[in-house]
Ligand binder design. Structure first.
Ligand code: ATP
Ligand code: MG
Length: 361
C-alpha cells in the first residue's frame, strides 16, 4: 500500500495543501500547533473511516468554511486508486467516493486504503481499561475482514436494542417489556458474539507471536511480553449466560455478558503490564502491537499498510528510536516531529496550516 498524493481543502487549519509522500520515510516537521497531526488525521480517515481524534465530524471543517475535502491517490498493490472524502456540516453528511463511485456504507469504505496509526495516546492500549483494547482489535480487524465489521455492526445494533429494552423495563418497573422478546435478542447477540470472539481470539494469538519477537528485537531481548484474548466463548455459552442472568441484567439496567465485555490480557515478564509496566515499557508494548498489526495486515492482504507515527520519537530512548527508524525499512512511513530527524528522508515543513517540501526526493 502506497499513499502517493493527498490534497487537503479546508481540512482543520489547512486551507489548501498537497503532499506527495516518499515510498520510504516522510517526515512532517514543525513547531507545536501548526497542523502536523491534522495532516496525518486526514490520511487516517481513509483507513479507519473515522477520525482518531474526534467523533464530531464538524470539527474537521476549517473554522468558517462550508465543507472540508480530502482527495488521495494510492496504490493498492495492483493499481492506482483515488478516494475522496467530503464533509458538509450544513447537511450533516459526509460523501465518500472511490474511483469516482460513491460509497455509502462505512463497511464499503474501510479496507480499501489501509494504514496503521500510532500516537502518544496509544499508550492507553496497555494502560487503560478493556474498551481501548477492544477498539484496537475492532479497528485492526475491520480493515482486513469486511465480515468482521458487518458482524460488529449487527452486534452493536442488537446490543443497543437489548439494552434499551432492559432499561425501559427497569425504569417502568415492568420486566415483561424485556422478557417478552428477550430470547430473540439474546439469540442474535450470542450468534454474532461467537463470530466476533473467535475472530478476535485467533487474531490475538497471531499478534502475540509478533509482539514477542518485535519487543525482543526492540529491547535487545531484555523484555518479554505475552498477549491472550479473554474470553472467547461459543454461541451456546453466550446464550446460556444471557438467559440465566436476565434478572441481574434487569437490576443492573444493561446487558452484562458478551464480546462488549472482553479484553486482551497483556503480560510483561509474567506480570500484568497494565499494573506493573513502567510508562516506557507500556509505550513499547503498545508500539510493538501496532507494528505487529501491520505485519498481520500484510499476511492477510499481501501488502504492508502505510504506517503513520504521530509524535512518538521524542518519547523513545535511543535504541528503541533507531529500531523504529531502521526496523521499518521497506514500508511507507510518515512521521511527525517537532525536532529535525537525523535520517535521509523526504521532509515537509508544516507551518500555520501550510505544508511545504523542505528536503529529500
Ligand atoms: P503539536 O506539535 O503540538 O502536536 P501539531 O502541529 O500536530 O502540533 P495540530 O494538532 O495538527 O498541531 O494542529 C492544531 C491546530 O489546528 C490548532 O492550532 C487548532 O486550533 C487548529 N485547528 C483544529 N481544528 C481546526 C478547525 N476546524 N479549523 C481551524 N483550525 C483548526
Ligand atoms: Mg500533533
Amino acid at each position: 500500500m502506497i499513499c502517493r498524493k493527498v490534497v487537503y481543502r479546508n481540512f482543520r487549519n489547512i486551507a489548501y495543501a498537497e503532499i506527495e509522500p516518499s515510498e520510504g520515510v516522510t517526515v512532517l516537521n514543525g513547531p507545536n500547533g501548526q497542523g502536523k497531526t491534522n495532516t496525518l488525521e486526514g490520511i487516517f480517515l481513509f483507513a479507519g473511516g473515522r477520525s482518531f481524534r474526534t467523533v464530531h465530524e464538524n470539527e474537521l471543517v476549517r473554522f468558517g468554511e462550508e465543507f472540508a475535502q480530502i482527495d488521495m491517490i494510492y496504490h493498492d498493490g495492483h493499481r492506482d486508486c483515488t478516494m475522496s472524502l467530503r464533509f458538509v456540516p450544513r447537511v450533516g453528511k459526509r460523501f465518500c467516493r472511490k474511483n469516482g463511485v460513491p460509497l455509502t456504507k462505512l463497511s464499503e469504505m474501510v479496507g480499501n486504503f489501509r494504514a496503521v496509526l500510532f500516537c502518544p495516546e496509544h499508550l492507553a492500549i496497555v494502560r487503560d481499561g478493556p474498551a481501548v483494547r477492544r477498539r484496537f482489535l475492532d479497528t485492526a480487524l475491520s480493515q482486513t475482514d469486511p465480515g468482521y465489521l458487518r458482524s460488529l455492526q449487527k452486534y452493536n445494533a442488537v446490543l443497543n436494542q437489548r439494552n434499551a429494552l432492559i432499561k425501559m423495563a427497569r425504569d417502568k418497573h415492568d420486566d415483561s417489556i424485556f422478557l417478552s422478546t428477550a430470547s430473540l435478542w439474546s439469540e442474535q447477540l450470542a450468534e454474532e458474539a461467537e463470530k466476533i470472539a473467535a475472530t478476535r481470539a485467533a487474531y490475538v494469538e497471531k499478534l502475540d507471536a509478533h509482539v514477542s519477537a518485535i519487543l525482543s528485537d526492540m529491547t535487545g531481548g531484555t523484555e518479554k511480553a505475552s498477549l491472550a484474548y479473554q474470553t472467547p466463548r461459543t454461541r451456546e455459552e453466550y446464550l446460556r449466560l444471557l438467559t440465566e442472568n436476565t434478572e441481574r441484567e434487569l437490576r443492573f439496567g444493561a446487558t452484562l455478558y458478551g464480546t462488549h465485555k472482553d479484553d486482551i490480557l497483556i503480560h510483561l515478564g509474567g506480570r500484568e503490564a497494565r499494573s506493573f509496566g513502567s510508562q516506557g515499557q507500556q509505550r513499547s508494548i503498545a508500539l510493538a502491537m501496532k507494528i505487529a498489526e501491520g505485519e498481520l495486515s500484510r499476511e492477510v492482504t499481501g501488502e504492508y499498510p502505510v504506517f503513520l507515527f504521530d509524535d512518538i520519537l521524542s518519547e523513545l530512548d535511543a535504541s528503541r528510536r533507531s529500531y523504529l527508524l531502521s526496523g521499518i525499512e521497506g514500508r511507507q512511513v510518515m512521521i511527525t516531529s517537532c525536532d529535525e530527524i537525523e535520517k535521509d528522508c523526504k521532509v515537509y515543513l508544516v507551518k500555520d496550516g501550510e505544508v511545504s517540501q523542505r528536503g529529500g526526493v
